[in-house]
Write a protein that binds this ligand. Structure first.
Ligand code: A2P
Length: 275
């Protein structure tokens, strides 16, 4: 069983989840079915990925109890606003074929649109109504998080951010820790970049007799973040979940964090827009 991480609202998340941005030609339902078989219980999708249907079919076909699976989805830019956010959740519930979204996030803050606070107010109600288990955000900066707290009094349970050894986000993670927000990592493996060949990662892999991917995922776990690695390969899916039998030394964690060089993609949440 994968360990869990407690959420500030009383819930909990599995310490590792599956990302579901679809590769071309991929059958997401098959990918999620093999992930559930491998032991994944946190599945991360988004309305804008177009993978909610595949995720929902895999969950419905599985013999695993629905309450044992945490399904996360996200509200895209075109659904920012109070009424729109509720419509987005209804659209996702239908696409997933479930009666509850376990974790609902605002996908991007879109500060120029300036509707994320209204979106958040609708999510607080969706949670009260029981249609959504936990509510959180993605790609929010400390300033955006401060504003949600100041204007609504409700702190997100989660902030899902770009996080990998090239972009360790120490300052934002410190803010999360101080405010009881769980950090989730998107693109935790650097999404096919040369990251997995970096010297400190390869050295730690050799020292612990594991793969570079396992070293990077273990690094996330030791930072206290919940990584959402994407893999359609059943062997790599299993491997990516199997990171609880070894521990990186402080020096190894520091050397891996020392790979810092910034975002891989030019997606600064203060300016990036996606609808
Ligand atoms: P594949 O689906 O063939 O396993 P990220 O999670 O950072 O977005 O990275 C996902 C990419 O990394 C995918 O191309 C995936 O390919 C690959 N990948 C996933 N797990 C591993 C691993 N343990 N080692 C090497 N590559 C991996």
């Amino acid at each position: 069983m994968t360990p869990t991480v407690p959420l500030g609202d009383g819930g909990a998340l599995p310490a590792i989840g599956l990302g579901t941005v679809e590769a071309e030609g991929e059958d997401m339902s098959a990918t999620v079915t093999s992930a559930l078989d491998a032991g994944y219980r946190l599945i991360d999708t988004a309305l804008s990925y177009g993978t909610e249907g595949g995720v929902g079919r895999a969950v419905a076909a599985s013999s695993i109890a629905r309450e044992d699976i945490v399904i996360t989805t996200k509200i895209p830019g075109r659904f920012h606003g109070y009424d729109e956010a509720k419509e987005s959740a209804r659209t996702s519930l239908t696409a997933l074929g479930v009666d509850r979204i376990d974790l609902l996030l605002i996908h991007w803050p879109l500060p120029k649109v300036d509707k994320y606070v209204d979106t958040w107010r609708a999510m607080i109600e969706l949670q009260k109504d029981g249609l959504v288990g936990s509510i959180g955000v993605s790609n929010f900066t400390a300033a955006h998080l401060d504003r949600l707290e100041a204007e609504t009094g409700t702190v997100p349970a989660v902030n899902q951010i770009e996080l990998h050894p090239y972009f360790p986000q120490a300052e934002l993670r410190r803010y999360h820790a101080e405010h009881g927000i769980v950090t989730e990592s998107w693109s935790p493996l650097g999404r096919g970049s040369e990251l997995l060949h970096a010297a400190p990662i390869v050295a730690a892999a050799t020292a612990h007799d594991v793969s570079p991917g396992q070293v990077v995922l273990r690094w996330h776990v030791q930072l206290g973040a919940v990584p959402l690695p994407k893999s359609s390969n059943p062997d790599r899916q299993r491997q990516n979940l199997d990171v609880f039998g070894f521990e990186l030394t402080d020096a190894e964690v520091a050397a891996i964090s020392g790979l810092e060089r910034g975002r891989i993609w030019d997606q600064d949440p203060d300016t990036y827009e996606e609808f």
